[in-house]
Ligand binder design. Structure first.
Ligand SMILES: Nc1ncnc2c1ncn2[C@@H]1O[C@H](COP(=O)(O)OP(=O)(O)OP(=O)(O)O)[C@@H](O)[C@H]1O
Length: 251
């Protein structure tokens, strides 16, 4: 079994005529946090959404190269729906459904056909505990998730992603809509979750990347400029463009 969750080989991606990713090669280790940084429009979200094939929902997307997940090419071996039961995703803006906290968390399981109440209760408790929000919501599981604060809603969305027992969790700027206290709670949570999951997180916030990640990928104009251990990227980057970006010269 490979030590990598993903092995990306010569990945190119076009939206219609416009190329958004160029010859990306990247091996993403299991059980660690990988941060993806770079200026606006450099292809971070595109790359992340390639990993669960969500990007293919955009019309006229074309892809070349290989993306292997646990050794299998996702473009050949997996239907997007089955890939997404292994690869959960958390978005920039907390997006709970207009349903109760309980119904939000069990949403994916219900789609899978799980109906057993005892099992569902167990999953709700486990997932909310893993997302570090159980104590705050355990007495109001059947009230609307949309009545929670933004930071609480984001942790509900993380619980919803964890409920189906994924192997990888993709996060697209998961704290950019949150206040500093909620941000630090989600960062702590990411740190705890990596014991069990591979986490890949897009962030605009370089302090955040350096706090939470084991390795960091720097994208620029669709190129993967540099990918290395996070301490290396931030203390001794190999490429002048990385250095300029992390020192705030552009972006
Ligand atoms: N749905 C789409 N249709 C067409 N072009 C798109 C689409 N989504 C992104 N692009 C283009 O692909 C390129 C990369 O965009 P992407 O959203 O991946 O960048 P990003 O680094 O995540 O940016 P940001 O930090 O602003 O979210 C940009 O040139 C963008 O305009």
């Amino acid at each position: 079994m490979s030590n990598y969750s993903y092995e990306v080989e010569n990945l190119n991606l076009w939206y219609g005529e416009n190329q958004a990713l160029y010859e990306v090669n990247m091996q993403i280790p299991k059980g660690e946090v990988t941060a993806i940084i770079g200026p606006s429009g450099c292809g971070k979200s595109t790359f992340l959404k390639m990993l669960n094939r969500m990007v293919e929902m955009v019309p006229n997307v074309r892809v070349s190269g290989n993306v292997k997940y646990n050794g299998d090419n996702i473009l050949e071996k997996y239907r997007p729906e089955s890939l997404r039961t292994n690869v959960g995703m958390v978005f920039q803006h907390p997006n709970p459904f207009p349903k109760s906290i309980y119904e939000n968390v069990i949403y994916g399981l219900k789609i899978q056909g799980v109906r057993n109440k005892k099992k569902l209760d167990e999953v709700v408790e486990r997932s909310l505990k893993q997302a570090a929000i159980w104590d705050e919501v355990k007495d109001r599981l059947h009230t609307s998730a949309q009545g929670l604060s933004g930071g609480q809603q984001q942790r509900i969305c993380i619980a919803r992603a964890l409920a189906v027992e994924p192997d990888v969790v993709l996060m697209d700027e998961p704290t950019s809509a949150l206040d500093p206290i909620s941000t630090s709670r989600v960062e702590e949570l990411i740190h705890d979750l990596k014991k069990q999951y591979t986490i890949i997180v897009v962030t605009h916030n370089m302090q955040q990347a350096s706090r939470i990640s084991d390795q960091t990928a720097f994208f620029l104009n669709g190129d993967l400029v540099e990918f290395d251990r996070t301490d290396q990227i931030f203390s001794n980057p190999g490429d002048k463009r990385t250095e300029d970006y992390i020192s705030g010269k552009f972006g």
